[in-house]
Every structure is written in structure tokens, then in C-alpha cells.
Design a protein around this ligand. Structure first.
Ligand SMILES: [Zn+2]
Length: 322
């Protein structure tokens, strides 16, 4: 279809999914968000996603053709066959060929990818990595994910593991990681690790405004509170952000010598901490990454926020189909 100049993208999450319509220049023409179906068989779940995407396209630009549909999955996939290997927050889709079902429902060509791949592609094409040929993205949240672009392409490798930066080993014998190993970046800088670090310092009897705010209810501590207090000059919280930034900086030094990135982009909720985190990261990279002569000013925040997954999913269409 020569006039098919729009792409649909779906970012699937365990509780909500978002849908967007993107043109070839990466302009987001419309987007919607929906509850992820929590019941039904795999076909019904995927049908609901596909129909939501088609409805959005019809409501936005009924006269324009759709070149294809991309979907980002929060788990490992086989992009070549369209199979979802595992979908940890939506197990009904484990082992399902999502590309085949979505094609049957929508009649569109379908590309699937892991959500970290989608987010990396989005930042490379339309976000903070525009114009870079080499780029690394780290997404800092409950887990630590990311992706690597080399020669202007996001790579995942033959076993789909390339770019899983959360499992770089940063502290041998350190805290246990979800993957079963000890001392991975994710076990040191994931959401829970940051909270645990603050709690350990509070339990030593150290004064902190966080202690004044939550009292003994340590489960109320979250990384945003720690970052806010660090920014306000709380010494304990500043120390937590410093340590977290140091571990991230070491990981980034390793990434730099492997990928020689033009930019290292940090996204996800934890990256919203801003300078109290970025300052520590840049100091570590300046000191530990001398050989690369990487300019720490090229460690920058992501630009697309929580739209990255959806924009990236739609970008898959221009990358792999059009
Ligand atoms: Zn791990």
C-alpha cells in the first residue's frame, strides 16, 4: 500500500497497555491507554489489544493507510517467529505466537520485540539518542534493563541477551539478584535495593529526615522520597544516592569500553532523581573510565518517558517492515 504512512504501536504492561499511532517522522498522532485484560484465553487477550489499536487508527486518520503493527512485550520473545517465550506479568501469554494471532485479528503485518529493545529503539530514533550511531540505554526502575545500539541498529544478539545491563556483575558476593547470581547491577540499584540501603543506614541509628517522616514504617520509604531528601541536603539520603550512582557509574564504565557509545541515556522512574544521582554517576565515570575519555556530560536523561515503549513498538514497523 503506497500511502501506508502510519504505524501502530502497543506497549503491553501487566496492568495497563498503551497504544499509539506514529507517522514516518516519529510524530505521535494519537495515543490511548487501557486496562490489560486479566481474564480470557490468549487469543481473546490479544484480540482486545489488536482491536484497540485499530480503533485508534480509525478514529485518528481513517483516510490514511497502516503499514503495520509493532508490540513491545515485558519479557523474552523470539522476534523472528513472533513467539512470546515468557510474559512474567501476564502468564496467559507464555508460549503464545503473538505476531500470528495479532495478524489474524487485524490483517496487519506484525513485529514483536522485548520492551527494552523497543525503548532503546525509541530513544535512538526519536529521543535523547537522535543522531547517535552508538548508544546505550539504562532503564532504572523496579528492575534495571536497557539496550545497546551499534552502527545505528539496536542489537539483541542470537540469544536475545545483548544489552541486559542489569546483570552486569558489579560487586562479587554482593546482594542476591533475581537471576540467582550475587552482586548484579540490578541487585545494587533496583528500586528495592535503594530502599534497603536507606533502611540499613537508618537502622544504624543515623539521623535523617526520612526517619522523621516515616518513623518505624520503613515500608513507606521509596526512591523518590530518598532523592527528594537528598536534594534538600539530607546527609543520609545523599549518601544513598551517591552509592547508587557509584554502582551505576561502574556499570557504565564497563558498557563504555564494550560499546564506545556516543551517549549513555538513563530512563525509568529512578532516573527522575536528577542531579543527586547523575552527579555521582558522572564523577565515577570521570575517575574510573579514564581510558575511554568518554565525556561524562554525554550521560543524559531519556526524553520519551513512559511513552518510549509505545513509540518504540510503532518504530519497529519502520525498522523491520516498511
Ligand atoms: Zn542478576
Amino acid at each position: 500500500m503506497p500511502d501506508a504512512d502510519l504505524a501502530l504501536g502497543i506497549d503491553l504492561g501487566g496492568t495497563t497497555f498503551s497504544v499509539g499511532v506514529l507517522d514516518r517522522e516519529g510524530r505521535l498522532l494519537a495515543e490511548t491507554s487501557h486496562q490489560t485484560p486479566q481474564s480470557g484465553n490468549p487469543d481473546e487477550v490479544l484480540e482486545e489489544l489488536g482491536r484497540a489499536a485499530q480503533r485508534l487508527a480509525r478514529d485518528t486518520a481513517p483516510e490514511r493507510g497502516i503499514a503495520g503493527l509493532g508490540i513491545g512485550i515485558p519479557g523474552p520473545v523470539d522476534p523472528h517467529t513472533g513467539l512470546i517465550k515468557q510474559c512474567p506479568n501476564l502468564h496467559v501469554l507464555d508460549g503464545v505466537n503473538a505476531a500470528r494471532v495479532l495478524h489474524r485479528v487485524t490483517g496487519l503485518q506484525v513485529v514483536i520485540a522485548n520492551d527494552a529493545y523497543s525503548a532503546t529503539l525509541a530513544e535512538l530514533r526519536h529521543g535523547a539518542g537522535r543522531g547517535c550511531r552508538y548508544m546505550a540505554l539504562l532503564t532504572l526502575g523496579t528492575g534495571v534493563g536497557g539496550g545497546i545500539a551499534i552502527e545505528n541498529r539496536v542489537l539483541r544478539g542470537p540469544r536475545q541477551i545483548l544489552g541486559e545491563v542489569g546483570h552486569l556483575i558489579i560487586q562479587p558476593g554482593g546482594p542476591k539478584c533475581g537471576c540467582g547470581n550475587h552482586g548484579c547491577l540490578e541487585a545494587l540499584t533496583g528500586r528495592q535495593a535503594i530502599v534497603d540501603l536507606a533502611v540499613r543506614k537508618l537502622q544504624q541509628g543515623r539521623p535523617s529526615r526520612v526517619g522523621d517522616i516515616v518513623g518505624a514504617e520503613h515500608e513507606q520509604i521509596d526512591p523518590r522520597l530518598i532523592a527528594d531528601q537528598a536534594r534538600d541536603g539530607d546527609a543520609l539520603c545523599a549518601e544513598v544516592m551517591d552509592e547508587v550512582g557509584h554502582y551505576l557509574g561502574l556499570a557504565i564504565c564497563n558498557i563504555i569500553v564494550l560499546c564506545d557509545p556516543d551517549k549513555v541515556i538513563l530512563g525509568g522512574g529512578i532516573a527522575a532523581a536528577g542531579e543527586v544521582l547523575f552527579g555521582s554517576i558522572r564523577r565515577t565515570v570521570r575517575h574510573a573510565g579514564r581510558i575511554s575519555r568518554f565525556d561524562p556530560a554525554n550521560i543524559v536523561p531519556a526524553e520519551l518517558g513512559n511513552r518510549a515503549g509505545m513509540v518504540g513498538a510503532a518504530s519497529l514497523v519502520w525498522e523491520h517492515l516498511a
